[in-house]
Design a protein around this ligand. Structure first.
Ligand code: ADP
Ligand code: MG
Length: 274
């Protein structure tokens, strides 16, 4: 009798696992903000996550909020799209709207509602660039910070949709509240004291904001990983990537990253579970 009941139970569980409802549950939506020290590998890891999740069938929006970096679109194999800032008539227009106390996205945007002229798209990945510094002496990046914050807060996601936000180095963007609209914060660390110290600061800030903070060790082999684990809250670690010659070459030549190396599987689970 017991055997029969357990057989029926396991049959019910396996049927449920194949059901649409269960698949839908797995298709969580997620906004993830990628931070860390300059050169730690934020843009590389952001591009790898985007590729990995798109390959798994997710709709991915990558938001480039780093106004002085020109590498991310190349890693994704995409053209750099026009600045979203232009949609708001540039910095002046944006300032004017903010002075008039208008919210920039009054009715919110879904990914499909983002004006397509401001996206670069390929293989399930859309890239949106908030605004780049195109000329010397363009001044303060604060309006870009406000734009990024409001955009993230007003983006509404459907099942399985993932937003990955690549940021500039350091924690200035956190000071501007860009992370408020995100679900999780991922800190990319390279093997350096500076990375470890910065990650501790971001963990503290994340705790204050009630946002889960995860850590990703980049450019770290086994030995380095062991050493870094001792310095960090290892429960937050979601992956490690060693120095990889393919990634190094792609970074050197500004080329598309074609293959996602191993080491990101746990992160995939946290992002979407598919
Ligand atoms: N795991 C890795 N192996 C080899 N090179 C890497 C790796 N991760 C990043 N890089 C290289 O390090 C440099 C900095 O990476 P990048 O992603 O631009 O950093 P960030 O966005 O944090 O400034 C780039 O040249 C990139 O190609
Ligand atoms: Mg970068």
């Amino acid at each position: 009798m017991l055997l029969f009941c357990s057989y029926i139970l396991s049959f019910m569980i396996s049927t449920y696992k194949e059901s649409f409802l269960y698949q839908l549950m797995l298709l969580r939506s997620m906004k993830i903000i990628v931070c860390g020290k300059g050169g730690s590998g934020k843009s590389t890891v952001a591009a790898l996550m985007a590729k990995m999740m798109a390959e798994r069938g997710h709709k991915v929006l990558v938001v480039d909020t780093d106004e002085s970096n020109y590498g991310l679109h190349r890693h994704l194999g995409l053209e750099l799209p026009p600045d979203l800032l232009k949609f708001f008539d540039g910095k002046k227009g944006l300032f004017q709207r903010m002075r008039d106390d208008k919210t920039l996205f009054p009715s919110g945007w879904s990914i499909d509602e983002i004006p397509v002229d401001y996206l670069s798209q390929k293989d399930g990945i859309s890239l949106l660039a908030v605004g780049k510094i195109h000329e010397f002496g363009e001044g303060c990046a604060c309006p870009m910070g406000s734009l990024a914050r409001q955009l993230l807060e007003s983006l509404t996601l459907g099942p399985g949709e993932i937003v990955i936000v690549d940021t500039e180095a350091g924690i200035e963007h956190l000071g501007r509240g860009v992370e408020k609209g995100s679900d999780i914060i991922l800190v990319v660390l390279d093997p350096s004291y500076e990375s470890i110290a910065l990650s501790k600061k971001i963990v503290e800030m994340g705790e204050g904001l009630g946002k889960p903070v995860y850590l990703f060790l980049n450019k770290a082999d086994r030995e380095v990983e062991e050493a870094m684990r001792k310095e960090l809250d290892s429960a937050r670690l979601v992956g490690t990537l060693p120095m990889d010659s393919g990634l190094f070459q792609a970074g050197l030549k500004g080329e598309e990253i074609k293959e996602v190396p191993e080491g990101l599987e746990r992160l995939a689970g946290i992002l979407g579970g598919k």
